[in-house]
Design a binder for this molecule. Structure first.
Ligand code: SF4
Length: 209
């Protein structure tokens, strides 16, 4: 895992992932990015910003239809509006975004997973990028790249993969953040559904090619 990280970092440099100016913007983005490309999330975030609704208090005051309209570019907008409202209500009931800063990881993760529409990847996006907790995010790109490399089967349970990365790397928020960003970058630039193995920085250690 460390070797792959080193090769990706050498090839791409810092990714500064996740894009977001505030923890709340990151939380909103974590829901909006479900089942869609990031470019669509950016449009929905821009709509929320220009409507001055990208704060917990402003967003919670919107009705679902108005929220759905603003986030329409992200797709599944009615479903995501309900999910966002549920997450906002959870945060609001707990005292606001920053009130969760000192909640232990396991407790916060369990509570997030209890919120309507928050699955493991979304919860871990929030934990890592909004709350700076050492939780490794597993997504479809991670499964694709590491199964091709021969370092995973690709169909493991989410928790098995997450714990595998966390144990191999040791708890490191900065590295986990960069690593996920590098995985996203590599999946887009080279290891797409139809991979471009020629020129890939991982080609020498990859079992797929
Ligand atoms: S060599 Fe090909 S399959 Fe392997 S990581 Fe690179 S792009 Fe993906």
């Amino acid at each position: 895992m460390q070797q792959v990280y080193g090769l990706l970092f050498e090839a791409y440099g810092e990714q500064h992932w996740w894009p977001g100016e505030t923890p709340f913007e990151i939380i909103v983005g974590a829901v909006l990015t479900q089942n869609t490309a990031w470019v669509n999330v950016e449009k929905a975030i821009a709509n929320l910003k220009s409507a001055h609704r990208l704060t917990l208090d402003a967003l919670i005051g919107l009705d679902n239809d108005a929220l759905a309209e603003l986030i329409r570019p992200s797709g599944y907008f009615n479903i995501k509006a309900r999910r966002l409202k549920s997450l906002c209500e959870f945060l609001h009931a707990g005292g606001g975004v920053s009130a969760f800063d000192r909640v232990p990881i396991a407790v916060l993760r369990k509570d997030l997973l209890g919120v309507h529409g928050v699955g493991r990847e979304t919860a871990d996006d929030i934990l890592l990028y909004a709350y700076n907790r050492p939780v490794f995010v597993i997504d479809a790109y991670t499964r694709r790249i590491f199964s091709r490399l021969g370092l995973a089967r690709g169909d493991e349970d989410y928790e098995v993969l997450r714990q595998g990365f966390e144990q191999a790397l040791g708890p490191n928020v900065e590295q986990f953040s960069e690593y996920h960003g590098l995985i996203v970058r590599h999946a887009k630039d080279f290891c797409s559904k139809k991979p471009r193995c020629s020129g890939c920085c991982l080609a020498e250690i990859c079992e797929f090619k």
